[in-house]
Each structure stands twice: as structure tokens, then as C-alpha cells.
Design a protein around this ligand. Structure first.
Ligand code: SAH
Ligand code: SF4
Ligand code: F3S
Length: 461
């Protein structure tokens, strides 16, 4: 007992959530988390396969771990277990151990509940790597222990996993498998436990989260809109978010939730990938750029202060100058408050990777640069609109400077501010005085009660 576990997480929020659940699973095997890889008895790399660069990082990281493993063996004879989990593990399986034979365990995202057995086995066998990349019939959530460590003010909760949309560039349907939704009661119970442990904001996660259709207590399938209304009933939960959604799965019930549920934040990550109908069709997104514009209109009608974010891919096979121009037009039409953009990266096994019309690297680079310049300009414009306003900020912790606190605006912008009263987990009204590209600064607004000076910070939304 008394062994130490270090998990390094790559990729999306779901991997962050999964790493926390792997930590819970390994607690029963006697592993406690450590912040330093150097004193770990077991290291897990929780990997991402979405783009080539992400996947390659794993091997450079493994090279470093091998050195550490050898040094520890020499120094005190101890054996450091190395596990590769996540989407690279799922996609590459055997190949990982042939490139890195010192890896002890390879396991995919659907078998984390088997970690304790795998670890016990790995410690007995000498050296033979164990590979478990099944898509098992049993549901890992039924076999994982309840969350042990509190997640903090802002927590993630996976409600849906996998994807059936098969966008032609994307590995997720292969690495995460087919779309599965957790039952409503399981989600609500976990949300209540998170709030009881101190979380005030929950981000509901799924690879295609708005395709959620979990079984409700009434035996019927509930959509995400209905689930959000139920989550919003939990006392002490101030903010709800969800990510990542597909435009095609945005139904009326969910749009109405944006109108009716105050704690559902007015910020939505709604990836569009491209503004060209030709490219959208080739990506198998199954909507046009105008469908997306209309959807955003409906959402803004439901929630006039809604800010949007997106993902974009430039240089998808066959993307001509006019297709890219259509993407820039769409960006200008929507006006995103922030967005992510990537060069297309051909991924093994995906349909788009084998098409002939690959876009040259220098064209991808130039397009990415112009798109990012435009997106940055939009982000700055959006941030400027906050200057002089009072924003409710959920306080997440202390800032870098003494006496400073840091939290998030409803639009997910980090806000740094000073406040006389220190209350992590509460909402402060902050007057924004300074706007930077990626964050805001301000001072807390103290509500006056008569003449007797500052009162409590505001609690709640
Ligand atoms: N579940 C998320 C996708 C996760 S991947 C969703 O459906 O939105 C996050 C982003 O990575 C995608 O939105 C896309 O913009 C980008 N991406 C995915 N595959 C890619 C590839 N092969 N090359 C470049 N970017 C990619
Ligand atoms: Fe990948 Fe998202 Fe498309 Fe699913 S919807 S295939 S996760 S990009
Ligand atoms: Fe990466 Fe897997 Fe998430 S490929 S983005 S870690 S679902």
C-alpha cells in the first residue's frame, strides 16, 4: 500500500473526466495520486488520437518514461508500471507495445473499470504487456466506484459517450465506439454528489452530447433539454454547460432550455468546421452553412445574449480558395466570441484520409493563419463589449497576484479581480475595467446595504 499514481492527460475534456475516474478506480488497488511523475509507482498516459501531432506526443512522452523506469530500477529496484490509456491506445493497441515494449498495460476508454485487475496481473507477470481494448458488453459506469476526490468549483460529468455521426475526418467513432447515453437517474445522482462535494458549475460532457437520449425514470428516453431542466433543479448548482454538440442534434426542446433555464449559461460551443456547402457535404456533416446560420438565429432568439464558439478545419481534402472564403464569410456572419481552428490532419482508417485531393501543407498553413487572425479579431471585439459592464463571475480560486481572485464569466472568459472578501465557489459581480485578448480584469462590485459598508458577496446565479 501507499503507492503513488501519476496520470498525464491529453486531448478533450472527456479525457480529463476519465483520468479522474481512473484515479477513483485505482484507489482500491492502493494508489493515491501524486503531482510529481518522479515519485510515481505507476504512470498512466491518457492519450488523444484526434490529430497526428496529438498521437505522436505519446511516443515522445513514452521515451522519457522509459528512462525514468530504468533509473528507478537501478536506484532502488522498484518497478514503475506504465499504462497507455485513451484514444491512441484504442486505435493502435498492439502497435504501442511493439514500438514501446516496456509499456505494461494498454487499455481503451471503455475498459477503465478493469484497471485494478490489469494492475494486479501486470504486477504478477514479468514484463508481458497486457492489452485490453475491448468494447465490453457491460457498462463501465456500472462498475466504476463513485467519484472519490472532489473536482472543484467547476466539474465535468460524462453523460454520453461515443459517436454515430462518422464525419469523414474524425477518429472518434472508432476510438470511442458507438453512441451510448447514461440513464437520467445515474446522471442526476452523480450531479448531486458533485454539488454536495462543493462543485457549483457542471459541464455535461459527450462526444456528441446533444444526441443524448438516456432512459428517464419514467422509462422513456429523455433528450438533453429535458435532462438539463432536471439538473437545474439541484440546489446549490449555479451553472450548467454542455459540450460538444453537433448542429444536427440541436432539437427544439434543447433550444427551449436555452430560453427557460437561467442556470444554463449563455455560451455554446457549436462546431461548424467549414462554411462551404461542398466541404460540409464531403465531411458528412449533413447540414449546409445556411442551416447553421438559421439554427444560430433560433438560438439567439431563445437566448439573445448567447455567445458562440466553434471548431474549424482548414485544408480539408478538396477545399478550394472559394470554399475557404465561404468559411471566412460564415465567421463574419456569426461573430464568435472564441473558436478553435486546426489544419486538417489525415487520420488512419478515416474516409477523408485516402481521398486524392489533399491540400498542400503551405496552403493549410496560410489558411490557418488568416482564419486565426479573423477569429482573434472577433474575440477581441466580443471582449471589448464587456468593458464597463458588470459580469457575474464564478470564483474558482486565487489569482497569481496576492489578493487577486480568478473566476469565469458566463461566456467562459477568465476574469481576474480583487475582492475584499474571499469566497471560492460563490458568484461575484465584477465591473470589467480592462480587456485583454484572453481574459478580463475588474473590481468586485460590493452591494451597499444602507451606510454600513460592504456586505456579503452575492450567492447564486
Ligand atoms: N466531439 C467533438 C469532436 C472532438 S474533436 C465534436 O463533435 O465536435 C474536436 C475538433 O477537432 C473537431 O471539432 C474538429 O474541428 C477537430 N478535428 C477532428 N478531427 C480532425 C482531423 N482529422 N484533423 C484536424 N482537425 C480535426
Ligand atoms: Fe467526430 Fe464530432 Fe463528427 Fe462525431 S460528430 S464524428 S465526434 S467530429
Ligand atoms: Fe482525443 Fe479521444 Fe477526446 S481522440 S479529442 S481524447 S475523444
Amino acid at each position: 500500500m501507499g503507492k503513488k499514481l501519476f496520470i498525464k492527460t491529453f486531448g478533450c475534456q472527456m479525457n480529463v473526466y476519465d483520468s479522474a475516474r481512473m484515479t477513483d478506480a485505482l484507489a482500491s488497488s492502493g494508489y493515491a495520486p501524486t503531482a510529481s511523475v518522479d515519485d510515481a509507482d505507476m504512470v498512466v498516459l491518457n492519450t488523444c488520437h484526434i490529430r497526428e501531432k496529438a498521437a505522436e506526443k505519446v511516443y515522445s512522452e513514452l521515451g522519457r518514461l522509459r528512462q525514468m523506469q530504468e533509473e528507478r530500477l537501478r536506484a532502488d529496484g522498484s518497478r514503475v508500471l506504465i499504462a497507455v490509456a485513451g484514444c491512441v491506445a484504442q486505435a493502435e493497441g498492439e502497435e504501442i507495445v511493439s514500438r514501446a515494449p516496456y509499456v505494461d498495460i494498454v487499455l481503451g476508454p471503455q475498459t477503465y473499470h478493469r484497471l485494478p485487475e490489469l494492475v494486479a496481473e501486470a504486477l504478477q507477470e514479468d514484463g508481458r504487456p497486457l492489452i485490453d481494448i475491448d468494447f465490453p458488453a457491460e457498462d463501465k459506469f456500472d462498475h466504476l466506484p463513485e467519484e472519490a476526490a472532489p473536482q472543484g468549483v467547476s466539474a465535468f460529468l460524462t453523460i454520453q459517450e461515443g459517436c454515430d455521426r462518422f464525419c469523414t475526418f474524425c477518429v472518434v467513432p472508432y476510438t470511442r465506439g458507438s453512441e451510448q447515453s447514461r440513464p437520467v437517474e445515474a446522471v442526476l445522482a452523480e450531479a448531486r454528489r458533485l454539488v454536495a462535494a462543493g462543485s457549483r458549475e457542471i459541464t455535461l460532457l459527450g462526444q456528441n452530447v446533444n444526441a443524448y437520449h438516456g432512459e428517464g425514470p419514467d422509462g422513456r428516453d429523455w433528450g438533453l433539454g429535458r435532462l438539463i431542466r432536471a439538473v437545474a433543479e439541484i440546489d446549490g448548482l449555479y451553472r450548467i454547460r454542455y459540450t460538444t454538440s453537433h448542429p444536427r442534434d440541436m432539437d427544439d426542446e434543447l433550444i427551449r432550455a436555452h430560453r427557460d433555464v437561467d442556470s444554463l449559461m449563455p455560451f455554446l460551443h457549436l462546431p461548424v468546421q467549414s462554411g462551404s456547402d461542398k466541404i460540409l457535404a464531403a465531411m458528412n456533416r449533413r447540414h449546409t452553412a445556411d442551416d447553421y446560420r438559421r439554427l444560430v438565429d433560433c438560438l439567439r432568439e431563445a437566448r439573445p445574449n448567447l455567445a458562440l464558439s466553434s471548431d474549424f478545419i482548414v485544408g480539408f481534402p478538396g477545399e478550394a480558395d472559394e470554399d475557404f472564403a465561404a468559411t471566412l464569410r460564415l465567421v463574419n456572419d456569426i461573430g464568435y466570441s472564441q473558436a478553435f481552428s486546426f489544419k486538417y490532419s489525415p487520420r488512419p482508417g478515416t474516409p477523408a484520409s485516402s481521398t486524392a485531393e489533399q491540400v498542400p501543407e503551405d496552403v493549410k498553413r496560410d489558411r490557418l493563419e488568416s482564419l486565426q487572425q479573423l477569429l482573434r479579431a472577433h474575440q477581441e471585439t466580443f471582449n471589448q463589449t464587456q468593458a464597463g459592464q458588470v459580469l457575474p463571475v464564478l470564483i474558482e480560486g486565487e489569482g497569481r497576484e496576492a489578493g487577486q481572485l480568478v473566476g469565469r464569466s458566463p461566456y467562459l472568459q477568465p476574469v481576474h479581480f480583487s475582492a475584499p472578501i474571499h469566497r471560492i465557489g460563490q458568484i461575484a459581480d465584477v465591473a470589467i475595467s480592462e480587456v485583454l485578448t484572453n481574459s478580463l480584469r475588474g473590481e468586485v462590485v460590493i452591494p451597499r446595504t444602507g451606510s454600513d459598508g460592504p456586505s456579503e458577496l452575492r450567492v447564486g446565479i
